[in-house]
Design a protein around this ligand. Structure first.
Ligand SMILES: Cc1cc2nc3c(=O)[nH]c(=O)nc-3n(C[C@H](O)[C@H](O)[C@H](O)COP(=O)(O)O)c2cc1C
Length: 162
């Protein structure tokens, strides 16, 4: 937890198949509400498609692989009051991938600031599917120190009641 950082600079080196499969496996194994697993992952390695995705995210980095987390709200568990848990489910799977990537010596960075309609057009994603987030995946070309800039436990936690 202390050493996982968002990586925004990557080496021009592709990710080994076994590593990628291990990372995707960590998303497959993630828990989800009522075990609905309401998501599909799109792995993109084609350079020209990656360029288009990066442009749709208004980012200026380059990477050899992007994993796009596509959520399936219609398949997600929904509470009696109508609250649907697809974002939570997709986030857990994403975070599993970030942590296993780190273990594999690879960097990631959550990206949510994109134009969803553009991403859907680029990847041919159907209308009922939501693009929840994406992450570049690759060998870091920047060194980052441990996590800083977090709330203290005192700020973060209340015991027994609000
Ligand atoms: C849901 C979510 C969305 C994010 N969206 C973006 C994004 O669009 N672009 C970006 O550069 N970083 C994005 N980030 C990365 C955060 O800026 C980063 O996690 C935070 O500043 C803490 O830094 P660290 O990950 O290096 O500890 C996002 C992170 C999360 C969890």
């Amino acid at each position: 937890m202390r050493t996982r950082r968002s990586i925004r600079r990557y080496k021009d080196k592709s990710v080994e198949k076994e590593k990628l499969v291990n990372i995707l496996e960590s998303a497959r194994l993630a828990p989800s509400a009522m075990n609905k697993q309401p998501y599909t992952l799109v792995v993109v390695t084609e350079r020209k498609v990656i360029k288009k995705l990066i442009a749709a995210c208004n980012q200026d980095w380059a990477t050899s692989t992007i994993i796009v987390m596509c959520a399936l709200p219609s398949e997600a568990w929904t509470r009696d009051d109508g609250e649907s848990y697809w974002k939570a489910d997709a986030a857990i799977a994403m975070h599993n991938m970030s942590l296993v990537s780190l273990e594999e010596g690879l960097g990631t960075c959550w990206i949510a600031a994109f134009k969803e309609s553009e991403i859907k057009k680029i990847l041919g994603i159907p209308a009922h599917v939501r693009v929840m987030a994406m992450t570049p995946l690759g060998y870091a070309a920047e060194k980052k120190g441990p996590v800083t800039r977090r709330k203290s436990l005192e700020e973060l936690v209340r015991y027994e009641r609000w």
